[in-house]
Design a binder for this molecule. Structure first.
Ligand code: NAD
Ligand code: IPM
Ligand code: MN
Length: 349
């Protein structure tokens, strides 16, 4: 039978707590299926750095790249921890993985499940997906500082946007729209960021001409935050750059029942490298170690992982079990493990 080699990176803070539940669900859903998962655990993150001084060695990277997929919890230590100042776990580990494994699509679905308690009085139906560019924008590290630490410091962080990089993610977004409600919204800030924004707009218009069945519109990112709160039902597929996508998807998570439910996939659609699945949230040092984190985002990330691997039946079963669990919530406090157990029990039922 088929063997999937899965790299597991529990990471820091609540990462290991939510990944434990995600693994429970994964193990349960593939029981009796024609597939087995061969897991390798990688100890990476702030804890590993503090122990060994390593962030992500070439050996780690090569070993991870040799897997079929990656499941990650969250990385990052306590903000402001002076011992981590030189490490920059986020850039040196998480972004290094996304860049090295060419995760040019950061896929972040937002669904308001029945029973999920969001902050909106009348949310209506919410079901959209943000296709966030994953390898460019202000994230690439094309910057620097001179006169550092002086009153005359100049600190630059240049947003890198290539026609190649934008076209490939825009094409992916149109393909998503065609499988969904055929509506695509470009979000940018073309009124100010005229160079990058102008290129994004041109490329969307060009690719749109090949997809006459997809309705295309455009919003400036500031206005997009308004509509995400006042009329989120208007969105089907949002395509946007790396930084705007980061910000919009935390907001999208909040309006669909909380960041504890928001799943994501860092996808290399070409299949040249393993794709990586992780909750949208971070290591949440404020609640780490207390067994109060919601593991649902990590569990729904397993559903995205299964779907990516072509295991649609298993993916749907995980989504359904999570959805039923969300619908059954009545405000009673449960531990992280109790939520994982409840979702696992629904799978087995
Ligand atoms: P965060 O997402 O970790 O936390 C924001 C808030 O949401 C906190 O109040 C937290 O308690 C809450 N929260 C997050 N996940 C939750 C869950 N599953 N259940 C219940 N509540 C949850 O963001 P932050 O505080 O800005 O960042 C903390 C650290 O995580 C930083 O070091 C940051 O760089 C890192 N980070 C990592 C990732 C990642 O690994 N993918 C993503 C975001 C942030
Ligand atoms: C996320 C996180 C990361 C990002 C950070 C930790 C680098 O916020 O996955 O959303 O900005 O992409
Ligand atoms: Mn983020």
């Amino acid at each position: 039978s088929r063997v999937v080699k899965l790299a597991v990176i529990p990471g820091d803070g609540i990462g290991p707590e939510v990944v434990a539940e995600a693994e429970k669900v994964l193990d349960a859903v593939i029981e009796g299926a024609e597939v087995t998962f061969e897991k390798t655990r990688f100890s990476l993150g702030a804890a590993r750095y503090l122990e060994t001084g390593d962030t992500l060695t070439d050996e780690d990277l090569a070993a991870i790249a040799a897997h079929d997929a990656v499941l990650l919890g969250a990385v990052g230590g306590m903000p402001g921890d002076p011992r981590l100042k030189d490490a920059n776990i986020e850039r040196g580990l998480l972004l290094k993985l996304r860049f090295a494994l060419d995760h040019y699509v950061n896929l972040r679905p937002s669904v308001l499940y029945p029973g999920a308690s969001g902050p909106l009085a009348e949310p209506g139906e919410i079901d959209f997906v943000v296709v966030r560019e994953g390898t460019e924008g202000p994230y690439v590290g094309n910057g620097g500082s001179i006169r550092t630490g002086t009153p005359h410091e100049i600190a630059n962080e240049t947003s890198v946007n290539t026609a190649f990089g934008v076209e490939r993610v825009v094409r992916f977004a149109f393909a998503q729209a065609q499988k969904r409600r055929r509506k695509l919204t470009l979000v940018h800030k073309t009124n100010v960021l005229v160079h990058a924004g102008g290129m994004w707009k041109r490329i969307v218009d060009e690719v749109a001409a090949e997809h006459p069945d997809v309705a295309v519109d455009y919003l400036h990112v500031d206005a997009a935050t308004i509509f995400l709160v006042t009329n989120p039902g208007r969105f089907d597929v949002i395509v946007t750059d790396n930084l705007f996508g980061d910000i919009l998807t935390d907001l999208a998570g909040a309006v669909t029942g909380g960041i504890g439910l928001a799943a994501s996939g860092n996808i290399n659609p070409d299949g040249a490298f393993p794709s990586m699945f992780e909750p949208v949230h971070g290591s949440a040092p404020d609640i780490a170690g207390q067994q109060i984190a919601d593991p649902t985002a990590a569990i729904l990330s397993v559903a995205l992982l299964l779907d990516h691997l072509g295991l649609q039946g298993e993916a749907e079963r995980v989504t359904r079990a999570a959805r039923e669990d969300i619908e059954s919530r009545d405000g009673t406090a449960r531990t992280t493990a109790q939520v994982g157990d409840a979702i696992t029990a629904r799978l087995r039922a």
